[in-house]
Design a protein around this ligand. Structure first.
Ligand code: ALA
Length: 462
């Protein structure tokens, strides 16, 4: 068994799964690729958009504490993910772990929940991406006609840029994982570079008076803010869906998951502290608060670069979330809980092309024609439930099947997974009631599909 310390030292470790065959995915991702995939999925709309809204309407400059709380809950969940990903593997992530720990019904529920998390993230982020691109085009005199810039609910016919970006990602993911990872690495470098630029420029304009009052909405505002900026951390869990494409999954998955969360947590604390330090928090309720803050202090060129970084950031979030979505579909279909067509792997590219194309079309339609950019809270509640089940999964697995948990174990057991459950529940209870209602509807639809379709066909039942 490896401890955290040994994990980062070990070079050779027995890998869990068999080499690629005609039906397997291609093993080509290393620890570094996974860290970049994690950062690719994590830094996006959360920091580039939500920081301002949360500072202005929920937490004030104490948005930094909101980020800290949400980061703490995510780090605890990340440790649990690392243990289960290293020991159980499988491309279904929390779905696969729930299968092993809790049985089929809970696994189905969590799989269904992940489809919501990943699918909704891609469509919502695509709409945000389109907003940034349309503004950027306008700024250089290339404004798009309303009809192709907005969905029918916002006075247009179709949000074409949102549709196009999803179709481009569909093509990229179909070609191959390594190509997608390379594309992701370039984007991640761009977004980290612009964040560094922001930090360097903003650091000279901080005024301590902007941090006062520090928590104008009290503790309740800070926690409600944490429940919202939690969105900014979502994505590291998608790293665990690479289990079948990682070269040394038992070592590389924990590294990818833990490093990406910790790095992004630091980035968020610094950015949130700076942005509220250079502009009064009351002025930050805008679509692109980071760029706006630079405009306020007169750095227009740097603001332009930030917008570019945001576009890059949102692209990689979509790419990795989309990737995660298809892998969860694949895992559920292999267990015959979903139709077999979703687990078909293309013989040349070794990617699940059919499910990539089908899910791409559905997400493009949603992004192009509906106003679902408000769905952040729905994504959060679904993800928090997944995190709770993953933390509980660690406890159940160590109790029922300790022989399965030999490759990597999180420290301070059972305190950390228990704390993870408590923290995630705490955040969940600070989400609006309407979000709970919508989530319940999604789960009821899922349970109905399970009882009318999946249960009769599942491999386990047979
Ligand atoms: N963490 C991702 C983002 O902030 C989902 O866009």
């Amino acid at each position: 068994m490896m401890t955290l310390k040994e994990l980062f030292r070990t070079k050779s470790i027995q890998d869990m799964e068999e080499p690629p065959s005609g039906k397997s995915l291609r093993r080509c991702l290393h620890a570094f690729d996974l860290v970049l995939l994690g950062i690719g999925a994590i830094i996006g709309a959360g920091v580039f958009v939500l920081t301002g809204v949360v500072a202005a309407t929920k937490a004030g400059p104490a948005v930094v504490i909101s980020y800290l709380l949400a980061g703490f809950a995510s780090a605890l969940a990340a440790l649990a993910y690392a243990e289960l990903a290293a020991n159980i593997g499988g491309c279904g992530s929390a779905y696969t772990y729930a299968y092993v720990g809790f049985g089929e019904l809970i696994a189905w529920i969590i799989g269904w929940d992940l489809l919501l998390e990943y699918g909704m993230s891609v469509s919502t982020v695509a709409i945000g991406w389109s907003g940034y691109v349309i503004n950027g085009l306008q700024a250089v005199g290339l404004g798009l006609p309303n009809a192709i810039a907005h969905n029918p609910f916002a006075g247009g016919i179709i949000n074409l840029p949102a549709v196009l970006i999803i179709l481009i990602l569909t093509a990229l993911l179909s070609i191959g994982v390594k190509q997608s990872a390379r594309f992701n690495s370039i984007i991640v470098l761009v977004k980290l570079a612009v964040i560094c630029l922001f930090v360097v420029v903003a650091a000279f304009y901080v005024q301590v008076k902007n941090w006062q009052p520090f928590a104008p909405f009290g503790w309740d505002g800070i926690v409600r803010g944490a429940a919202l900026v939690f969105f900014a951390y979502i994505g590291f869990d998608a790293v665990s869906t690479t289990a079948e494409e990682a070269v040394k999954p038992a070592r590389d998955l924990p590294i990818g998951i833990l490093f990406s969360v910790v790095i992004c947590g630091f980035v968020y604390l610094i950015v949130a502290g700076l942005v509220t330090g250079i502009v009064p928090y009351t002025e930050l309720n805008v679509a692109s608060p980071i760029a706006h803050a630079l405009l306020v202090i007169g750095h227009n060129v740097a603001a332009g670069f930030i917008a570019l970084g945001a576009i890059a950031g949102l692209t990689s979030v979509m790419l990795v979330m989309y990737y995660g979505l298809t892998r969860v579909f694949l895992a559920m279909s292999r267990d015959h809980l979903l139709p077999p067509v979703f687990s078909r792997i293309h013989p040349t590219t070794l990617t699940p092309v059919t499910v990539i194309i089908y899910s791409g079309i559905v997400m493009a339609i949603i992004a192009g024609l509906t106003p679902i950019n408000e769905a952040v809270e729905l994504v959060n509640i679904g993800t928090l439930l997944a995190f709770i089940l993953v933390c509980a999964g660690v406890i159940v697995l160590r109790w029922k099947r300790p022989e399965l948990t030999t490759k990597f174990r999180l420290p301070f057991y059972p305190i950390l997974p228990l704390l993870g459950i408590i923290f995630c529940l705490y955040l969940m209870f600070h989400l609006p009631l309407v979000t709970w209602g919508r989530f319940a509807i999604w789960l009821l639809i899922g349970i109905a599909i399970y009882f009318f379709y999946s249960r009769n066909r599942s491999l386990l039942q047979r």
